[in-house]
Design a protein around this ligand. Structure first.
Ligand SMILES: [Zn+2]
Length: 197
């Protein structure tokens, strides 16, 4: 069935589940375990529509396309929805683009081990239904800009670091298993130097 194939590609490979519930791809994309609504820190955020246990895959992250000089952002697209992956820029699809930063995140992006840009959204802690899905944006970043965080956590770092290597050693050791294959490859020398290869 052609519609099933399209649904799987857009929603991230949940073809069997979509087919079993018989949902249209649009409704399924927006309600497949997550929902977009107003976030406590302002703007919109992505929330769990059902509980996810720590370690559970929440969904496959949808990438719309690579953003390049030849194919820049167009009207209606914003840099807020662009993610740097291995030195390249990717426009993230909805609803995945609505995940906010938090200094005590509830989720992380588990990149495919082949080193490509594809990743799953994975629960880092138990997330109850209605809980916000958040990432630590500094994970897998190097050479970015610094910006103020208002996540509200008791341990909020305030000004976010421009590089993962600027995080405290304790945080880096805790996050080391979460690093993307491409980030580890790019920074292999530095990781080895710091005993985190
Ligand atoms: Zn914070």
């Amino acid at each position: 069935m052609k519609t099933r194939k399209v649904a799987g590609e857009i929603a991230g490979g949940r073809v069997a589940r979509l087919a079993s519930v018989g949902a249209s791809w649009h409704a399924a994309t927006m309600s497949d375990g997550v929902e977009v609504r107003s976030a406590p820190a302002g703007g919109q955020g992505l929330f769990a529509a059902r509980p996810f246990a720590a370690g559970a895959t929440i969904r496959r992250i949808g990438l719309v396309r690579e953003v390049t000089a030849e194919r820049p952002l167009t009207a209606g697209e914003t840099a807020d929805h662009v993610c740097r992956i291995d030195g390249r820029s990717w426009l993230v699809g909805a609803p995945d683009r609505y995940v906010n930063h938090a200094c005590e995140p509830s989720a992380w992006k588990r990149f495919d081990p082949d080193g490509g840009p594809e990743a799953d959204m994975v629960a880092l802690v138990d997330i109850p239904a209605g809980g916000e899905i958040t990432y630590d944006y500094v994970l897998n970043t190097h050479g970015g800009g610094r910006w103020a965080c208002g996540c509200g956590a008791a341990t909020c770092r305030g000004m976010l670091e421009a590089s993962w290597f600027d995080l405290s050693e304790a945080t880096r050791r805790r996050q080391r298993p979460l690093l993307a294959t491409w980030f580890v490859r790019r920074h292999a020398a530095r990781l080895a130097q710091e005993g985190m290869a």
